[in-house]
Design a protein around this ligand. Structure first.
Ligand code: NAD
Length: 333
């Protein structure tokens, strides 16, 4: 296949991780980032240089007018819907960073617009492409631990950004730590355990940090009967990033503390308890972009489609309603 021509819209922090993927996949002859858009000229120039892109521009409309097949949207949350809708109208395939949008109405409009334009629409839930979570999913699918009864997930991060950063504003981010980072684990739990029926969330803000919640404790009840707790904390001193996932099933357990570990009464090697599961190394951002390119090439629905992004967003928004009402809330889509 000819390399897909991609326009990168938003050349800030996470665009650096995407650029790493594009450089690798360009070497494999699969893709070419031909244009970079960012109103901060220095951001656009730096990423364009890293990617040997031909064009830079400040307005996304100018990028959409160029000959690009697809766009990768790495923008503040409040711009995802506006820019994706313009891209669909221009007939471009779209990879948009998580969360898909900040409201369900916008997310639904995006899903419908992608469908009517017959283009691929993928949301950047990159953790589904992380080898440890892919292996957890594979083990679940082969029934290694039986029916999951309880799951526990944690996301801890020390988030410190320059004054005035868009992520401090609830109007721009759609919330705080949960929609910003906890959504990764919401998406994984949804992938592993199916549809979330109900949530109960308690949250707290911290003076001088974010307008939205700095921390959230959320209980999720799944249609399958499984239950999960998710702790999301953006105010952890020192720890730059620390996440964990425990899955407790009727016939075994899995966790990823210090690597992936499995205890399964169905596997003889676990007779003495948890065993370490070796994993292949892979960069989740590179693999999510590879998946996007394959979906465009084959005309396939991505693993992390717009619809899947909508499900994760719906759980986060229900959690916000729950925290406000101080009661459990049914997840509506
Ligand atoms: N997958 C992950 O693990 C992960 C990690 C961090 C961030 N993200 C997501 O990536 C997205 C971007 O976050 P970030 O940390 O890179 O933010 P950032 O603030 O570092 O970068 C955003 C960039 O967008 C540019 N921008 C603003 N308005 C624009 C416009 N109208 N047109 C073009 N460019 C514009 C800004 O100048 C900036 O360079 C968010 O959705 C965020 O949640 C994902």
């Amino acid at each position: 296949m000819a390399p897909l021509r991609v326009g990168l819209i938003g050349a800030g922090g996470i665009a650096g991780a995407h650029a790493r993927g594009y450089r690798q996949l360009a070497e494999e002859g699969l893709v070419r980032v031909t244009a970079v858009c960012d109103p901060v000229a220095e951001h656009a120039r730096r990423r364009a240089q890293e990617l040997s892109a031909l064009h830079t521009c400040a307005a996304y409309g100018d990028l959409l007018a160029l000959e690009v097949d697809a766009v990768d949207i790495c923008l503040p949350h409040d711009l995802h819907a506006e820019v994706a809708l313009a891209a669909f109208a221009a007939g471009k395939h779209v990879l948009v960073e998580k969360p898909v949008a900040t409201t369900l109405e916008d997310a639904k409009r995006m899903v419908a617009a992608a469908r009517s334009a017959s283009v691929v629409f993928q949301v950047g839930h990159n953790e589904r492409f992380d080898p440890q979570y892919q292996e957890m999913k594979r083990l679940l699918d082969k029934d290694a631990i039986g029916e999951v009864v309880v799951a526990r997930a944690d996301h801890n991060q020390n988030v410190r950004l320059p004054d005035g950063h868009w992520l401090y504003s609830t109007a721009r981010s759609g919330g705080g730590a949960l929609i910003g980072s906890g959504i990764h684990r919401v998406d994984l739990l949804h992938w592993f355990l199916g549809e979330v029926a109900e949530v109960y969330s308690v949250q707290r803000t911290l003076a001088g940090r974010f307008e939205g919640e700095a921390a959230a404790l959320t209980t999720l009840r799944f249609r399958s009967g499984a239950m999960a707790t998710l702790s999301t904390n953006w105010a952890v001193r020192r720890s730059p990033w620390y996440e964990l996932m425990w899955l407790y099933g009727t016939h075994g357990s899995m966790h990823n503390v210090g690597g992936l570990h499995l205890d399964s009464e169905r596997q003889r090697e676990c007779d003495g308890g948890f065993v370490h599961v070796p994993l292949q190394q892979a960069d989740s951002f590179t693999e999510e972009i590879r998946h996007f390119l394959e979906c465009v090439d084959m005309g396939r629905q991505p693993l992390t489609s717009g619809e899947e992004g909508l499900c994760a967003l719906a759980v986060c928004l229900a959690s916000y309603r729950s925290a406000k009402l101080e009661q459990p809330v049914v997840v509506e889509m």
